[in-house]
Design a binder for this molecule. Structure first.
Ligand code: FE
Ligand code: CA
Length: 536
């Protein structure tokens, strides 16, 4: 784990990259000391808000919010995440513009039914510690949708909306991925916040690690403003840069999020502890550890900080008895990509690809996944994951992208076996990664349909396939529909009898005020293996 006990109070890079409004978002005085609020043990920080006797009406001003801080520490916004039936994680991260923050800063969180916070339903105090980048992951108990905010050092954070994953007959999930900062604005997030889903499922590529251009150039609307990121400070600065975007902050505050990572939170197409470029192998464990630490610090996740550069992010969210949502990690434990990690290669695959021992999830997670399939009890079994699982192949054994499940056929067979042996309705897999919107068929080797895959397009990252290639890709046997030239996200409305996926697309990603519309809506009847297209 990279530690920086005496870093600069503010990163000049981030200062200049962001411009005035969010110029002060960089980390400051971040260093190392252990645990703030421990969300993982689920210890409630307050009495149950559902119990009228616990309702507090004492004026907020009586709460000690710690020593005065010169600058607003809440410019990275707020978020909530990983809801269960009775609680949710409340997230923020304090940053300072000038004076370094103390090693430990008390942060008060408050739940309320109204915007004015005149009446506080529940409150608690977390300690934001330098070792955790002054992030807060506080578990708050609640029994209904509520508003939340933080207060510290005489400052009050923006207000967010949170909710538990309680019993319901309708669940609305927005799925998102791939939000390269330079190649577009976040109109998709503005539209998402307006929709007001119950949950945002983020499937990875929340940041990109690449160095930025010196100037905004053709097709780039803003710049990373720094070289490729490597250290913990670099990664923190990059998250702060992305969170400088008001549309992203508003979506983060709109409802709870469930977040998993893909490759770019660390480095393009890394596999386990193997970097993209073999010559960087020696330094990669430290780089990955820094990246995982920064990811954890910035995400509203119900887990303890990484230990020794490892972080378990596969987990399950039960939304009443309507949906069992299983989130998996196809990056941290995977075998290296086969056959030199070729992309758009139509030649027959090398022998390595068929090796039974190659894994996408690693042995432990594979066992865990099979257990979750057996334990799933929701009407819908949902798998949130990184790379395309349907065969994105013209057939005849060609593998067009060795980074996807096509490049891990034995692992995919084992995953399908786990799904099939649970003897439940077909699953719904929600995927990101390839910067296109699509619907895929999940079919086992013997031709049995296992489920449906909804691939959400990128929020802002550029198309990976050339214009006009959709008609060719749509001929692939397991591709039901595809739209590759627009950015956006997907609205999933899940009811007992049917699942509706509405693919939202941004008209012009180079404009922050772009309109956002629908490409296509698909309806999947419960128990069916293929959705049917309907009018947008
Ligand atoms: Fe991406
Ligand atoms: Ca990716």
């Amino acid at each position: 784990m990279q530690q920086n006990p005496h870093m600069h109070p503010v990163s000049r890079r981030t200062f200049f990259a962001l411009g005035a409004a969010v110029a002060l978002a960089a980390c400051s005085g971040d260093d190392t000391t252990p645990a703030s609020t421990a969300p993982a043990d689920g210890e409630p920080s307050t009495t149950s808000p559902g119990d009228p006797a616990s309702t507090s009406t004492s004026p907020p001003t009586t709460i000690d919010t710690g020593p005065e801080l010169a600058d607003d520490p809440f410019i990275l916004g707020v978020s909530s995440g990983d809801p269960d039936a009775t609680s949710v994680v409340l997230w923020t991260r304090l940053v300072a513009a000038s004076d370094p923050l103390p090693d430990e800063v008390p942060v008060v969180w408050e739940l309320s039914e109204d915007e004015s916070f005149a009446s506080i339903v529940a409150t608690g105090t977390a300690i934001a510690k330098a070792a955790h980048g002054h992030s807060v992951h506080a578990v708050a108990e609640l029994d209904r949708p509520l508003l939340y905010r933080f207060r510290s050092g005489g400052h009050t954070s923006p207000t967010g909306r949170c909710r538990p994953a309680g019993p319901t007959d309708e669940l609305r999930i927005a799925s998102a991925s791939c939000q390269h900062f330079e190649t577009g604005f976040y109109a998709a997030y503005r539209d998402m916040a307006e929709w007001g889903p119950d949950l945002v499922l983020h499937l990875g590529d929340f940041i990109y690690e690449y160095g930025g251009g010196a100037e905004v150039a053709e097709g780039r609307v803003r710049t990373h403003g720094s070289p490729e990121i490597v250290t913990l400070d670099d990664y923190r600065d990059r998250y702060a840069l992305y969170l400088g975007d008001a549309d992203l902050r508003s979506a983060r505050a709109a409802c709870p999020w469930a977040v998993i990572w893909d490759d770019h939170e660390v480095e393009n197409n890394y596999a386990g502890i193997i970097p993209e470029k073999p010559e960087e192998a020696a330094d990669f464990p430290a780089r990955r550890a820094a990246a995982y630490q920064a990811w954890w610090e910035h995400m509203p996740v119900r887990m303890d900080a990484p230990v020794d550069g490892a972080l378990t992010i596969h987990r399950r969210i039960d939304w009443g008895d309507l949906a069992t949502i299983v989130l998996i990690d196809g990056r941290q434990y995977r075998s290296d990509q086969a056959c030199g990690d070729a992309v758009l290669d139509f030649s027959p695959p090398c022998d390595e690809v068929a090796d039974e021992s190659r894994s996408m999830l690693g042995d432990d997670q594979e066992d865990w996944f099979a257990e979750q399939m057996r334990a799933a009890s929701g009407t819908w079994t949902v798998i949130g994951q990184q790379t395309v699982m349907s065969s994105l192949s013209p057939g005849g054994g060609a593998i067009l992208n060795y980074d996807q499940w096509d490049g891990y056929p034995a692992a995919r067979r084992r995953l399908f076996d786990a799904v099939r042996s649970a003897e439940r309705d077909p699953v719904v897999v929600i995927t990101g990664d390839i910067h296109l919107a699509g619907v895929g068929r999940l079919v086992d080797d013997d031709g049995t349909a296992v489920g449906t895959e909804f691939v959400t397009t990128s929020i802002s990252s550029r198309a990976n396939v050339p214009e006009g290639s959709e008609s060719l890709l749509a001929l692939f046997p397991d591709v039901l529909a595809i739209e590759a030239q627009h950015r956006g996200y997907t609205r999933h409305t899940i009811r007992r009898d049917a699942w509706e996926a509405d693919f939202r697309i941004v008209d012009d990603v180079l404009r922050a005020d772009s309109t956002v519309g629908s490409w296509q809506r698909f309806v999947l009847e419960r128990g069916a293996t293929e959705p049917v297209a309907s009018e947008p």
